[in-house]
Design a protein around this ligand. Structure first.
Ligand SMILES: Cc1cc2nc3c(=O)[nH]c(=O)nc-3n(C[C@H](O)[C@H](O)[C@H](O)COP(=O)(O)O)c2cc1C
Length: 492
């Protein structure tokens, strides 16, 4: 039986709450208290079509997975659903104009250029989610700044006519030594979401790490891959290990080639920019002073299932349920790298989650510089693959990481910004820019292959100096979005 818009509209309250998503009605009355994003946002759409709000945050299979079939009420005749007149807000107008004024893609010369455009064209809430980091965002800035405290000691008079920067990651041959790291909620930036990154990764022959919290479903992202394209899975471990087991087994069956367990997020960091936009969007009742508590931002809302009890003791269980190589994503000290070797995992990602978790976590590149000499001393450097991510914006950053001993680097926000600003072509251009930069810089440091990259090509003496004598990071400072002070409320 097909429902009419009028029938659905009757169920517009907490006591009986129906919503329409993609042309079908759902009874979410009992689900309201369980919704990780809070009740308020659902109630805003009670009796109405919630598709537009639902889409970027939830993979399309969410309702099938989490809402009892008895609550699936069937198709709605969408012609009978009252279309709400969309009033263009001041923000809509500003963004529309910013899109029209975008520079030509050919005018994008580096990855930070995309960030500047994305900041202008993205919806405020989406920008806040992507660009935010923990607390005062010091670790996020340090991630980028740390690379700028490493200088080169290039070789000269080497025949560099042909340079080859292809390498292997977990046995997969890749054309460039970076991968697209896992970042949640791709559809906040672009309606196509993560599958767009899949296509760009394919074109440039690099690996994509699929996030647990993607906007597209896992299967959609796997289906978007072509031929022998390789993808990895980033895993947030659910308190319910049965769910985790199913995710892992399914990923392995579908051909994922690496399992990256995120270990730096037992609780999500405070990303105040994200929290603040959510707060103002929800329009807390200032007059009565009764502010709501769903001001947690997109990040916290979607991550309440993550198990804070995850520990080293769980690693053998993961090894028992999968043959995929297992890597720990978010390792931040050499002692834990050694433990990871002892635990028999295949690799680690030195990472602080793009500065979104522990504020004053050190940069991955600094942790790498601390780690490799110890591993070499212990004869462990070949027992494990070491990746780094955070703040990589230039090919020189990538080369520095490789010189220090990383197998490859992950890049997060730059591809999100390129995607949000220019879609597929943007990511394509961003990757092409990195390719050009890699080629030139390999030549300029006098190396023809990644095997030749080694610590003697670097001067890392000032890497450990946090703060003093650091050149001002002008480019990134120009686009860095300052944390706003709390909004001034008019006295009533
Ligand atoms: C918007 C956004 C979402 C992210 N989502 C996840 C996630 O779901 N799981 C995860 O392990 N890491 C996540 N990360 C962290 C990235 O995998 C990576 O560690 C970080 O982005 C690297 O820093 P960069 O953005 O400076 O390149 C996210 C990062 C960003 C910016």
């Amino acid at each position: 039986m097909t429902l009419t818009g009028a029938e659905v509209a009757q169920h517009n309250s907490k006591d009986s709450c129906w919503v329409i998503v993609h042309g079908k009605a759902y009874d979410v009355t009992e689900f309201l208290p369980e919704h990780p994003g809070g009740q308020k946002i659902i109630l805003k759409y009670a009796g109405k079509d919630a598709t537009e709000e639902f889409e970027p945050i939830h993979p399309p299979d969410t309702l099938d997975k989490y809402l009892d079939p008895s609550k699936h009420l069937g198709p709605v005749n969408m012609a009978t659903v009252a279309i709400e007149e969309k009033v263009e807000t001041a923000e809509d107008i500003e963004k529309r104009e910013a899109v029209a004024l975008r520079p030509a893609l050919a005018e994008m010369y580096n990855l930070l250029d995309f960030e500047a455009v994305a900041k202008r064209v993205m919806k405020r809430t989406a920008w806040a989610y992507y660009s935010s980091a923990a607390d005062d965002e010091i670790t996020m800035r340090e991630n980028h700044a740390a690379f700028q405290r490493i200088w080169f000691r290039p070789k000269i008079l080497v025949d560099v006519e042909k340079v080859d920067f292809s390498t292997t990651m977990l046995g997969t041959k890749v054309s460039m030594p970076f991968y697209v790291t896992a970042t949640a909620l791709g559809k906040l930036g672009h309606p196509e979401g993560e599958v767009l990154l899949t296509r760009a990764s394919r074109k440039h022959d690099v690996i994509q790490m699929i996030p647990t919290l993607a906007s597209c479903s896992f299967d959609e992202i796997m289906d978007a891959a072509e031929g022998d394209q390789v993808q990895w899975l980033q895993l947030y471990v659910n308190k319910d290990r049965d769910i985790t087991r199913k995710i892992v087994e399914h990923a392995e069956r579908r051909g994922c080639k690496g399992l990256f367990i995120t270990v730096d997020a037992p609780q999500l960091g405070r990303r105040e920019k994200d929290m603040r936009t959510k707060f103002t969007d929800d329009g807390a009742d200032v007059q009565s002073g009764s502010t709501t508590d769903n001001s947690q931002g997109a990040a916290r809302a979607i991550s309440s299932f993550i198990d804070p009890a995850l520990s080293w003791a769980d690693i053998p269980w993961f090894q028992s349920i999968t043959k995929m190589p297992i890597l720990l994503k978010g390792v931040q000290r050499v002692e834990d790298v050694i433990k990871a070797v002892e635990a028999g995992v295949q690799g680690v990602v030195l990472s602080n989650h793009g500065g979104r978790q522990l504020e004053f976590a050190r940069s991955a590149i600094e942790v790498l510089a601390e780690t490799m000499p110890v591993l070499r001393e212990m004869g462990l450097e070949d027992k494990i693959e070491i990746y780094v991510d955070g703040g990589v914006r230039r090919a020189t950053d990538i080369l520095k990481a490789l010189c220090l001993g990383a197998k490859g680097v992950g890049i997060g926000r730059p591809f999100l910004y390129a995607m949000s600003a220019y879609g597929f072509e943007g990511v394509d251009r961003a990757m092409a820019l990195l390719r050009d930069e890699l080629e030139m810089n390999m030549r300029l440091i006098g190396c023809t292959s990644v095997e030749e990259l080694n610590p003697s090509l670097l001067d890392v003496r000032s890497l450990g100096a946090h703060g003093n004598g650091v050149p001002k990071d002008v480019l990134s400072a120009a686009v860095y979005d300052q944390l706003r002070n709390p909004p001034q409320r008019s006295k009533l």
